[in-house]
Design a binder for this molecule. Structure first.
Ligand code: UDP
Length: 239
């Protein structure tokens, strides 16, 4: 087991991974395949909180680069994460997994607001809670949202499923000599500006001693493999 004493984890998936191979938007077949992974992780007995990014639909920075007001563009990005959360909820329900979506931007007709005690109750009842809209404020990312929810719900680890299989000392897509860390400290990630999550998310995890497990979600079965300690990943921790 990678995290032998873990009872509750937060799984963060970047929006990019739910667009499958289509380059934009949501690929329902791919969301379903990811939902199967989440279900498998749940069946190991863990309580699961889920956060999905919005980069497959809209990123505030991209809007700002094209002349939009940054805060306005960020709100659009947050709304994108709600769409992704609903798509994942739908896929999980198709598989018979009970879920609730809680959004940091209130949307009563669509989902619950973020209420920590209510989330606790859902988790105790075996539901997966999908947190949408990040921290609910512009100038943040869903990584920060994931770190915040992991801290307030006392998750034992934050698993970040992305398109690379860990943290490297250089960009593995550009540098053939880039090497992957098995483990790396929060401080090194911050000091060397290693591409894991944004700095505020890493700092929040550091301050609350939440290990960050970075792994590739592109390979089928990888969530369960990583949890079983048989996968390829990098663990960001204190020492
Ligand atoms: N966003 C935000 N505040 C938050 C979370 C997200 O403003 O707390 C916006 C921001 O514009 C961001 C977009 O939502 O670019 C999508 O989230 P993110 O980039 O984290 O998605 P990912 O890269 O994980 O797909």
């Amino acid at each position: 087991m990678l995290l032998p004493n873990a009872k509750r984890i937060l799984l963060k998936l970047s929006g990019e991974v739910i667009m499958g191979d289509q380059g934009f938007g949501i690929d329902p077949a791919y969301v379903l395949r990811l939902a199967e992974e989440v279900k498998a992780a749940k069946e190991t007995g863990l309580e699961i909180c889920l956060v999905i990014g919005g980069g497959n639909i809209f990123r505030g920075m991209a809007g700002a680069a094209q002349g939009m007001d940054r805060a306005q563009a960020d709100y659009m990005g947050m709304l994108a994460t709600v769409m992704n959360a609903l798509a994942m909820q739908s896929a999980l329900e198709q598989l018979g997994v009970d879920t609730r979506v809680q959004s940091a931007i209130q949307m009563d007709q669509v989902c619950e607001p973020v209420i920590r005690r209510r989330a606790e109750r859902h988790l105790a009842k075996g539901r997966i809670v999908i947190f949408a809209a990040g921290v609910g404020a512009p100038y943040f990312t869903t990584d920060s949202g994931a770190a915040l929810r992991a801290a307030e719900l006392r998750c034992d680890a934050l698993l970040k499923g992305t398109s690379v299989d860990g943290v490297y000392d250089a960009d593995p897509k550009r540098d053939p000599d880039a090497t992957r860390f098995e483990t790396v400290t929060y401080d090194k990630v911050l000091a060397n500006n290693l591409k894991v999550m944004d700095a505020s998310a890493v700092a929040l995890c550091r301050d609350n001693a939440i290990p960050i497990v970075v792994f590739s979600i592109r390979e089928r079965g990888n969530v369960a493999r990583v949890l079983a300690g048989e996968g390829v990943q990098t663990i960001v921790k204190k020492d």
